[in-house]
Write a protein of this length. Structure first.
Lengths: 303, 322, 310
């Protein structure tokens, strides 16, 4: 299999990718030395992930079959594919949210900076504080103020910061989520009082307040209007400077606009497990997909 | 008056059968009228209850010692200790049952390893709720009470400095605490049902949000489940309190009561009685004005339960509004 | 060709990497304590149920013989005797209660869902039902006593008075359950019927009620289950007797719950015999209750919600 070379994100697209279907040329391109990138050991801290032979089950039903995929650190990776192809399920397996559903389990290995998240002895709770998640529908805690929502991850742990430390953290996270200017005068109001797009950015601020390495986003814009969507897209690009971002989206154009790497999932027919068809640099996937199924899907969507 | 409305309602069964096949208007009018009559009748049943109680019980509010049971000088000195007893037993039951009811409701919803386990636990709760109070009474006085005696002796020896455990403990175990425990078992499934319903309504999105922030299961419950369900929990508590106040047979059988007594001691042989238990144990041997006094006590109990249930509904509504 | 960046960290290192963000001992302990408490509460709930059932079976089976079901208590002062008169009384009074409550309750529910809507009468009736649910059962007994003593003079005891008292408890249960079931009947079924030119009452009678029948049945079974074990109101207005009484309208009538109570409260010299009969009565009553519960459970699943609203 091939692997990735994440690097500083000075240009619009990261130079990164690798796939289950990757080829030697792909790897060669990626392996090209990039100025400013240190020894391989340095990559350990940048949040690259590798998914190996992962299958996800709901009870005895196989939902995702045998996916292997490299996710570059500090870049945006998009999961695309038709409904029911298991892309959300796989996303949830990455931070072990999948197993929250009774009877659901995942097998295989998912590594974050070389550490298998499914190693026996690793508490799923600690995985989730390293790998955050933003959901399809914005879900701020209704009983908490905007400020407390940002601090929710710490409040939950019984480690609520006080005074200026709290204010600083709230300002930093909200600024990072491009929301500060809109809410700085009403931090005490309920998170419910915000618009959908603002709520989603609040949820992003909440996710990054616990300092994860990776932020997973499960169709974060599907419940939002076009203008809010644009704001979130911009934010995702921006977040990729500091975090590894993995986003599930139905929106081809969105995947094309924001992602560095695209993974296309599909399924043979309804009821069949979802599989990874092809993954690679987004530019390659959209301009010259290697697999016919990918081309058909992308062409069908683009017309 | 409710009798005539009742006839109307039973006519409802006949109207459509006897109605002409095509003649819409008379049939429609008859049927609709019968249904409306039933609705009126139901409302009138309540009005009837209030009127009958007031007519037969009203005079007792002003009765003197000769017309009152239990050697009470006036109605207030009869009712006050009993009302205290009712509240005291109900509060003990509520205190004992509230945490377990929340716990078992969590076990049946959030913590349930499978839907089947949740249903099984639900069946246990439903069955517990269905056990007749007279059976609980029999069990409480013949099984639970003797079993509690050593515990009460221990409590007296080691916690005797508390007013609740002062004085000689009962040798039969038929104390306020035993009665409170039996009533707690009876209201637990009622409270748990309300909690279960509120917990089941927790938006999954909030639970996921908490988990995704790295919450343990308990932290998730505290962040996502309990704040949303708070009004439902309080409403369930009110419902349980109402049931506990009205509980009659179990208390009448378990409690070895001294009417007229006000005491916070929960392990003594001398215990305050409750309104409901006093009515049930005194009524069969009462006649005339004494019966009126008991009916007046019933009105007092009704008023107390009504206040509790209105408070409970108010809490439940604020929950819905959120 | 493979470019490995970071691979094959030993397992212990893997765990160590996550040790920094692993929940603290305090957090893990709290979580474990909470789980223990929740499991404990579930076990705790099953304990009294098990103990009560066990006590009823163990002590009740001592007298679970044929005489119990063939004899009344007439003339019995010690051993022997049975509960036939009480079982008969319970059946008669429960049947009478059902005959009053089910048609009245379902009809009122039909008015509330099909005709009343937001009218004043509908809101008054709903509020009355809310209040009636909170009437303590002993108060229902007192009200029935007051009614019959006003009509027939003081001191009257009869099975019918008992049925009226129980109806006050059962009616609100039936109204609530039926209203909820009728609301579950899809609106387009009604519209389909009306579009065929049927008058409204025929649509209700031929389409709505048959559709809702399983739910209405379940609601009625629940109502019966709610009152079958009631003791206090019957103690007040139906009274107790040692002999058979088939006449609802006249004379004291024994019932199973009151039988249990009086066997304990009005013991003769041979106390063991009375206690045995009390427990045997409890066992029979529990069996009836379990049968009703199972019957209600066997009904369709959408009714499950109603069961909890009791």
């Amino acid at each position: 299999m091939t692997a990735t070379v994440p690097n500083s994100m000075t240009n619009s697209k990261a130079v990164a990718a690798a796939t289950a279907t990757g080829t030697a040329q792909d790897a060669a391109r990626l392996a090209a030395p990039t100025p400013g990138v240190g020894s391989p050991g340095a990559h350990a801290a940048v949040g690259s992930m590798s998914i190996d032979n992962v299958s996800c089950f709901y009870g005895s039903h196989l939902a995702v079959a045998d996916v292997s995929l490299e996710i570059p650190g500090r870049a945006v990776t998009a999961f695309i594919g038709p409904s029911g192809c298991g892309k959300s399920t796989l996303l949830r397996a990455i931070n072990r949210m999948h197993e929250v559903i009774p009877g659901a389990k995942a097998v295989g290995s998912i590594k974050l900076d070389g550490v298998d998240l499914y190693t026996k002895g690793i508490d799923p709770v600690s995985v989730r504080s390293k790998v955050g998640m933003v959901f399809q529908k914005p879900n701020p805690f209704p009983a908490m103020s905007i400020k407390d929502n940002v601090l929710a991850g710490l409040i939950i742990r019984g480690a609520r910061p006080r005074g200026s430390a709290a204010d600083e953290l709230v300002e930093r996270c909200l600024t990072r989520a491009h929301l500060w200017d809109e809410v700085k005068d009403r931090l005490k109001k309920s998170g419910d009082s915000l618009s959908g797009g603002q709520q989603q950015r609040l949820c992003i601020a909440r996710a990054i307040a616990v300092q994860p390495d990776v932020v997973l986003m499960d169709e974060p814009c599907s419940a939002l209007d076009p203008i809010s969507t644009l704001a979130i897209e911009e934010l995702m690009r921006d977040l990729a400077r500091d975090y590894t971002v993995v986003v599930v989206t139905h929106n081809m154009a969105q995947a094309n606009r924001i992602s560095d790497v695209t993974a296309f999932f599909s399924l043979a027919s309804a009821g069949q497990p979802g599989r990874l068809v092809e993954a690679g640099l987004t530019t390659d996937i959209f301009s010259a997909p290697k697999v016919t199924a990918t081309r058909d899907y992308i062409d069908g969507r683009f017309g | 008056m409710s009798v005539s409305a009742l006839d109307l309602a039973q006519g409802a069964g006949r109207a459509p059968v006897g109605g002409p096949a095509g003649g819409a208007t008379p049939g429609e009018r008859g049927f609709a009228g019968a249904m409306k009559g039933a609705a009126i009748a139901v409302a009138l049943v309540l009005v009837g209850v209030l009127i009958f109680l007031a007519v037969r019980g009203g005079p007792a509010f002003f009765a003197g010692a000769a017309d009152l049971p239990a050697h009470a000088g006036n109605f207030l000195s009869l009712a006050a200790p009993l009302a205290f007893g009712s509240l005291w037993v109900a509060v003990i039951a509520l205190a004992v049952a509230s945490l377990p009811s929340i716990g078992v409701a969590l076990a049946a919803t959030i913590y349930a390893p499978s839907a089947r386990f949740g249903r099984l636990l639900g069946a246990v709760l439903d069955l517990l709720a269905a056990v007749p109070s007279v059976v609980f009474g029999l069990w409480g006085l013949m099984v639970l009470a003797p079993a509690m005696v050593p515990l009460y002796d221990w409590a007296h020896q080691h916690l005797g400095w508390l007013p609740f455990f002062a004085g000689q403990p009962s040798v039969t175990g038929r104390t306020v605490l035993t009665a409170g425990l039996v009533v707690a078992v009876m209201i637990l499934p009622i409270m748990a049902a309300m909690c279960r319903e509120s917990f089941a309504l927790t938006p999954p999105a909030l639970m996921e949000a908490a988990y995704a922030l790295g919450a343990t299961r308990w932290e998730m419950v505290r962040t996502a489940v309990l704040p949303v369900a708070r009004s439902g929990i309080v409403a369930g508590g009110m419902l349980g309190l109402g049931r506990a106040l009205g509980e009659t047979m179990a208390v009448a059988m378990v409690l070895s009561a001294t009417p007229g007594l006000i005491s916070v001691n929960v392990i003594s042989a001398e215990n305050p009685s409750t309104i409901a238990a006093f009515i049930a144990s005194t009524f069969p041997e009462s006649t005339g004005s004494k019966v009126s006094a008991l009916i007046a006590l019933g009105l007092v109990l009704f008023a107390i339960s009504l206040v509790v249930s209105i408070l409970g509904r108010r809490f439940a509504k604020t929950g819905v509004a959120k | 060709m493979t470019l490995t960046l970071t691979r094959k960290a030993p397992q212990s290192d893997a765990v160590a990497t996550f040790a920094s963000c692993r929940p603290t001992w305090r957090r893990r302990t709290k979580d474990r304590l909470a789980t223990t408490a929740v499991v404990g509460a579930a076990v705790l709930t099953a304990v009294p149920l098990t103990l009560v059932i066990w006590a009823a079976i163990q002590r009740g089976s001592e007298r679970l013989d044929l005489t119990l079901f063939t004899n009344s208590m007439r003339g019995v002062v010690g051993q022997g005797g049975g509960l036939l008169h009480a079982l008969t009384g319970t059946l008669l009074i429960t049947a009478a209660t059902a005959v009053i409550s089910i048609p009245l309750g379902i009809s009122a529910a039909i008015y509330l869902t099909e005709y009343g809507g937001q009218t004043r009468l509908a809101s008054i009736t709903r509020r009355a039902v809310d209040i009636m649910v909170s009437i303590p059962s002993i108060v229902a007994g007192l009200a029935a006593y007051a009614l019959f003593s006003l009509l027939l003079g003081p001191g009257t005891r009869s099975g019918l008075a008992g049925a009226v008292a129980l109806a006050m408890i059962m009616i609100p249960v039936v109204v609530r359950a039926s209203e909820e079931v009728l609301r579950l009947v899809p609106g387009d079924l009604r519209e389909a019927g009306l579009a065929l030119g049927s008058p409204k009452w025929r649509v209700i009678w031929r389409i709505v009620l048959p559709t809702a029948l399983p739910g209405l049945t379940a609601g009625s079974v629940l109502g019966v289950a709610r009152i079958i074990g009631e003791t206090a109101p019957l103690l007040l207005v139906a009274g107790f007797t040692d002999a058979m009484n088939y006449n609802l309208a006249e004379g004291r009538m024994a019932t199973l719950p009151v039988y249990i109570y009086t066997q304990w409260s009005a013991k003769g010299l041979d106390t063991a015999a009375y206690d045995q009969r009390a427990w045997a009565g409890a066992l029979v009553l529990m069996a009836v209750v379990v049968v009703l519960q199972v019957a209600a459970r066997a009904l369709p699943p959408q009714i499950a919600k109603l069961r909890r609203n009791r």
